[in-house]
Design a protein around this ligand. Sequence first.
Ligand code: F6P
Length: 320
Amino acid sequence: MKRIGILTSGGDAPGMNAAIRAITRKAIYNGMEVYGINYGFAGLVAGDIRRLEIADVGDKIQRGGTFLYSARYPEFASEEGQLKGMEQLNKFGIEGLVVIGGDGSYHGALALTRLGYPTVGIPGTIDNDIPGTDFTIGFDTATNTILDSLDRIRDTATSHVRTFIIEVMGRDAGDIALWAGVAGGADEIIIPEHDFDMDKVAKRIQEGRDRGKKHCLIVVAEGVMGGNEFAEKLKEYGDFHTRVSIPGHVARGGSPSARDRVLASKFGGFAVELLQEGKGGRCVGIVDNEVVSSDIVDTLENGKHQPDLSLYDLNQELSF
Ligand code: F6P
């Protein structure tokens, strides 16, 4: 394979630039040409495509976001959109494509695979909700950003003896809430993958207060309900001097952590190796600390992401 393309799609994630850099540098080092596609699948259909040289990915590894820009483009679910995308790939002579993104992006990659086009998926989303990998690019940075918020909120919560509800992103997955919650010593972590009992939550807050605890942090994953809604429901069980904080898209920005940069570099390098060997229809991942690839059709149809629920149980014991 002589010429490959890269696109980033869906919600951006810190570390996407590091992945683009790794793909570009590794491919050029190995004698290939690289084309960057702007705005994900929307740019692919529109033919917004340009050659990437070594210098184009310089000074990018430390930057958040994606310099190829991103877009949500549901139109790519239609055969018409997919065929237009294929037309552009053929027009530019691009023989293989690396798609960096989350669930929606993987479905775009899957569609191209089904049309017989060599495509490799790299998991890039803060949500960490992609099957076939233990971790996605951006999850570590987003978790650390939320952790920083928790540490700050704890200061003011303690000063005012308040209960804080912190709503965090993650779509239908509780990974960010879980990891940031454990790292931040949250009193409660509410995630979609585990049920909760508001009565017990209220009792635990009250018990903490009775023991003289000054702060209470409750991390709520957005996939369960909004922070304000949670606070309203909690109010029915008592007055805990509650405040709500919603970091929102703050979790999506910022310079990627070392872990995300290294993960992105590994994934990018491996994706190029797969395409070099003519292997399309794959998605890369890290499983038990080893970089692996799996069949994209099988992974999306049969794989299921599960957060590490042992963290949930542990937190119940650590934060009573
Ligand atoms: O998938 C990443 C994510 O940030 C989710 O955590 C969140 O629910 C969603 O994207 C927000 O999407 P948008 O940026 O389109 O509002």
